[in-house]
Design a protein around this ligand. Structure first.
Ligand code: AMP
Ligand code: MN
Ligand code: MN
Ligand code: MN
Length: 277
């Protein structure tokens, strides 16, 4: 069974429409697919309509930013009710935090001689959620940097001109929103944070203690060793496992929907809990 439970549309920092993503997932022979935009569920309705048209099993999703020990982590909510008020109110708060952060980022960038950053970035994000990816693409378009890797390193992280922290809600709170909406919470890409493995495992344990249900064991570029390590943690901490490409669709990214290695223990996949309750 081919399962891809992590992807982004232009409602957050992806390039494609929700309907195009659903079609791509179908063409890639995914049996189950989830749209998980950053801090927004605005694309779900369109994805649901298209998935019914073409007959693919769509899981409603969202990838929510959260604070753990003063660091940003991402928690994917799957099987959520998009009408749930607790979740909607929480996401509204994050949308506001994003607007405020964007203003501060633009101010930082203007200090580094990059003018009109907010307007230019807003034009790229259009009506969707404004993210650092949009700032990155703007800086590439302006010829300030040549690729995503260097732009994040030189401008958008730590103490760099556009490196601005955001006071996301705590992981406990965010897991609460997901559960209130009837969903399961999954720790996204556990090895992609700026943490040592020891710290990442500690983070996963905290989230599990707060009721998080699973951890993403397979992502697009996972090595065999990474999959082995994260499934070992999942076993030790009694967490379910998930698999998702984190597809965004930017031409300078080489990730494909559904192009994922197999989960070592498919019977522990979060999908069973989502479908069977
Ligand atoms: P935000 O949630 O607005 O802080 O933006 C985070 C997004 O930026 C992530 O979801 C990734 O899509 C993207 N991102 C973060 N770091 C990098 C990087 N080093 N290279 C490319 N994209 C990145
Ligand atoms: Mn992203
Ligand atoms: Mn993420
Ligand atoms: Mn993602």
């Amino acid at each position: 069974m081919l399962i891809d439970l992590h992807s982004h549309s232009y409602y957050s920092d992806g390039v494609l429409s929700p309907a195009s993503l659903v079609r791509l997932a179908h063409e890639a022979s995914c049996d189950v697919f989830a749209l998980t935009d950053h801090d927004t569920i605005d694309g779900l309705k369109e994805a649901m309509i298209e998935s019914e048209n073409i007959g693919i099993n769509l899981i409603t999703g969202v990838e929510i930013s959260a604070l753990w020990s003063n660091m940003t982590v991402h928690i994917v909510g799957l099987g959520i009710d998009p009408e749930n008020e607790t979740l909607k109110m929480g996401l509204l708060k994050h949308k506001e935090l994003r607007s405020q952060r964007a203003i501060r980022m633009a101010r930082g960038l203007s200090g580094a001689g990059i003018n009109g950053a907010l307007e230019k970035t807003q034009a790229i994000a259009s009506d969707g959620m404004i993210t650092r990816t949009h700032f990155a693409q703007m800086l590439i378009q302006e010829g300030v940097c040549k690729d995503m890797k260097s732009v994040f390193r030189r401008y958008l992280t730590g103490k760099k001109p556009g490196g601005v922290g955001a006071q996301w809600e705590s992981y406990e709170e965010v897991i609460g929103w997901i559960h209130a909406a009837g969903g399961v919470g999954v720790i996204a890409h556990p090895l992609r944070y700026r943490m040592t493995n020891t710290k990442a495992r500690r983070m996963i344990r905290s989230l599990k203690e707060a009721g998080c249900d699973g951890v993403e064991v397979v992502t697009a570029n996972s090595t065999k060793d990474e999959i082995t390590l994260t499934s070992k943690w999942a076993n030790e901490l009694d967490l379910l496992v998930s698999s998702g490409s984190d597809f965004h669709g930017w031409p300078n990214q080489r990730i494909q929907i559904g192009n994922l290695q197999e989960l070592p223990e498919p019977s522990k996949c979060v999908i069973n809990k989502i479908i069977n309750g």
